[in-house]
Ligand binder design. Structure first.
Ligand code: MOS
Length: 759
């Protein structure tokens, strides 16, 4: 079945790829006819609600559900000892708890659940459940979790796994060789994913087969988790997620809510819908963990980095969840540096578990590293762009064997970005304006970054059916998480088969009907799936040309496929339309199969970036306004200029949030509870916070090695340098380095007041 095929050659000139093409599903999305999982409504459907522990840390002593069970419309109440509900929920490193664990280690931990005829009846019943808690002392500050006397969240204490260390070269020697050594501590606050569509699903059983309509980044990963937790064969679990309203890493997996919906549905023999409230999602379905970082760096007068030493204390919350994952990656690998040491300490606190969040670890690491590089540049009186150019990595230093990158556009990002932004002029103008005084201060700043991944495979399998009228079905298991994946895949088919995208229908994200795919995350959906789509399209094309060669009585390699017509390259009279092929009419369909091969051996596929921005800071009010932003992104080939620019705007918006507005606030003094668990008190950037001018500047080296499309992924790389670039611009504006997020009037006003006092 899986016959040998030639590896397709890299595209030279493209007709469709790279063009700004509106989304193939734009109409459905804007008209409201797209049915998201949260829109799903089935006949006879019940609504589930979850009772959650209101305390930061408590033991459940007793649950009395008698009153709730008698309430109108209530069809099921489940808790830890309900038949079938005593299942285990897995975290990282093989760690498990009960789905309803009597030891509640964070506010919002699941205690019981109800299914009722209406959501209101379900919530009324939740309120009627009486729980006796033993309230335990809590710790919600990761900097205090290892102090003696801190309440132990787990029997073994508050260390989450071993401290992770990395070392190369001789750091002490590196510092001794430096002309300047600086050391600084940095902190980034925890951010919440808070996607537009809430987390949840609809679950329905047909005998021993379960179907779940879930808002997810990966139907197959949800299938695997549900089957594992419920002890079902994979084949009995169908997961469907055709549209989804954002995940950013928080929907790479099933949630406890998925299992709860399935259990309630089983018990009632009716479909059950469980979608969380906004407040629940703030507490329970992930976050970008807070990072407390120290960075010491050495540099020579000529800008050569001699040593970097980094440590981070972080937390994935109350369970093993990767609280310090990848926070040190940029320190290890963004710049050429022979001597590097890093140390990551992950601890438990009484807060909801973290989940991967748009470029896990990287924006935090960039916040520290990219501010430090700016400070080093200032100390040796070198331009911040220059110092970075001086230390461009030639290969990945942090990986075994120092493999080279298939392409690295960091140098071009820096050079072309600075030029397009007008870096030198902007620096000068801002400094001149500030010399004149006044309460509005201008600053420009920049930062760079790379992203640790660039797609890969296998597995990815794609089926393409070409029908006799020239229309196409594309079958792909991967989810389009709002980034425009479907559109890019249709463009790949269109490029190879000459079929307009409106004649291409895409079936995707359904474990029963579409092919296996890994979840859409890591900015890998395009670089992983598009080569498989291309292979499937070429498989169709090969069969089509062979068919035409029989009909036209000529060799297949003398035929071309252009705009739905097959033409001889030698004899212009020999041509036939796809719809005119009698063999195809008889056969009905040509089936093409495409697989994703592995990335090149001993090479690394990573995207790079450099970003530049200009800010205005009001030194009376502490307001920070980002005036303009330019993102020079090297993500290999631009597949669709429109969806590309969308990712740039989205990534920068996220970075503006990290830098200026967002922070989870836990009440460390009295309750341990989250005090800003809604969109009013938790500030995501609005249109007023995002610069009116965001310029996307793609840097496109020809990468013929990354994969057969040359695309390397964009969603995450964009957001990595953004916050640090803003912090550097703020420093330029006010001369005070802000090392903690968010930079807002609460942070700035006391600093301005202190400076006025000092005169
Ligand atoms: Mo991403 S944080 O891998 O969805």
């Amino acid at each position: 079945m899986r016959e040998e095929r030639e590896t397709p050659k890299p595209w030279k000139k493209t007709e469709v790829i790279g063009k700004p093409m509106p989304r193939v599903d734009a109409y459905e999305r804007v008209s409201g006819s797209a049915i998201y999982p949260s829109d799903t409504s089935l006949p006879d459907m019940l609504y589930g609600a979850i009772l959650r522990c209101p305390h930061a840390h408590a033991k459940v002593l007793d649950i009395d559900t008698r009153e709730a069970e008698k309430m109108p419309g209530v069809r099921a109440v489940i808790k830890g000892d309900t038949h079938g509900a005593s299942v285990e929920w897995p975290y990282l490193r093989g760690f498990k708890t009960k789905l309803f664990d009597s030891h509640c280690r964070h506010e919002g931990e699941e205690v019981a659940a109800v299914a009722a005829e209406t959501p209101y009846q379900a919530w009324d019943a939740i309120k009627a459940i009486k729980v006796k808690y033993e309230i335990l002392p809590f710790v919600v500050d990761e900097r205090k979790a290892l102090e003696s006397g801190a309440p132990a969240i787990h029997a073994g204490g508050n260390r989450s796994g071993e401290t992770q260390t990395y070392e190369r070269g001789n750091v002490e020697k590196g510092f001794a060789e430096a002309d300047v050594v600086l050391e600084e501590t940095y902190r980034t606050e925890s951010e919440l994913h808070t996607p537009m569509e809430l987390h949840g699903c609809v679950a329905r059983w047909d005998g021993d087969r379960l179907t779940v309509w879930e808002s997810t980044q990966g139907v197959y990963s949800v299938q695997a988790r549900v089957a594992e937790v419920l002890g079902l064969p994979l084949a009995n679990v169908r997961v469907i997620g055709p549209y989804m309203g954002g995940g950013f890493g928080s929907k790479l997996q099933a949630g406890k809510y998925t299992i709860i919906a399935a259990l309630l549905s089983k018990k009632t023999a009716r479909p059950v819908k469980v979608f969380l409230t906004r407040e629940e999602t703030f507490l329970c379905v992930g976050n970008r963990p807070p990072s407390n970082m120290t960075l010491k760096a050495g540099v020579k007068k000529d800008g050569t980095l001699t040593a970097l030493e980094f440590s981070c204390i972080g937390t994935g919350g109350a369970y093993p969840a990767g609280g310090t994952s990848l926070v040190d990656w940029l320190v290890r690998d963004l710049y050429q540096c022979p001597n590097v040491r890093t140390k990551l300490t992950d601890v438990y606190i009484n807060a909801g578990p973290s989940r991967p969040c748009r470029a896990p670890g990287h924006p935090q690491g960039a916040w520290a590293l990219e501010q430090m590089i700016a400070a080093l540049a200032e100390a040796i009186k070198m331009d911040p762009v220059e110092i970075r150019l001086k230390n461009i990595p030639l290969y990945s230093q942090a990986r075994e064997g120092n493999p080279p990158y298939t392409s690295t556009g960091l140098k071009e990002c820096l050079k072309e970005g600075a030029k397009a932004f007008g870096w030198k002029e902007a620096l000068k103008k801002a400094s001149e304006a500030n010399a004149r005084g006044g309460s509005l201060r201008r600053g420009v700043g920049m930062a760079s970054g790379l992203w640790v991944a660039g797609g890969g495979g296998p597995p990815s399998t794609i089926l393409i059916k070409l029908f006799s009228d020239g229309s196409v079905n594309l079958n792909m298991g991967a989810s389009d998480i709002g980034t425009g994946t479907k559109t890019v895949m249709a463009m790949v088919v269109s490029e190879e088969l000459g079929v307009p995208t409106k004649k291409i229908q895409i079936e995707h994200a359904d474990t029963r009907t579409t092919q296996y795919a890994t979840p859409s995350g890591g900015s890998k959906t395009v670089p992983t799936e598009a080569p498989a789509v291309r292979a499937a399209a070429l498989h169709v094309k090969q069969q089509l040309l062979e068919m035409a060669s029989r009909e036209l009585k000529t060799e297949a390699d003398q035929l071309n496929l252009i705009n739905g017509e097959i033409l001889s390259t030698i004899d212009p009279t020999k041509k036939i339309k796809i719809s005119g092929l009698s063999e195809l009419k008889r056969q009905g369909v040509i089936l093409g199969v495409g697989y994703r091969g592995p990335n090149p051996d001993k090479k690394v596929v990573n995207p790079f970036a450099a970003q530049f921005c200009e800010v205005e800071v009001n030194i009376q009010t502490g307001e920070v306004k980002v005036l303009r932003f330019l993102a020079a992104q090297e993500s290999g080939r631009v597949m669709n200029r429109l969806t590309y620019d969308n990712q740039v705007v989205g990534g920068i918006t996220w970075g503006v949030g990290l830098a200026l507005t967002e922070a989870r606030i836990l009440d460390a003094q009295q309750t341990g509870k989250m005090v800003n668990r809604n969109w009013h008190d938790y500030k995501i950037p609005t249109a007023l916070d995002v610069p009116a001018e965001v310029i996307s500047l793609p840097i496109e080296p020809e990468d013929t090695e990354a994969n057969t499309t040359g695309a390397k992924g964009l969603g995450e790389p964009v957001t990595i340098p953004t916050a640090a670039a803003i912090a550097n611009a703020v420093y330029h504006a006010i001369g005070i380095r802000i090392t903690r997020t968010p930079i807002n009037p609460l942070t700035l006003c006391p600093l301005f007041a202190a400076r006025r006092k000092e005169g």
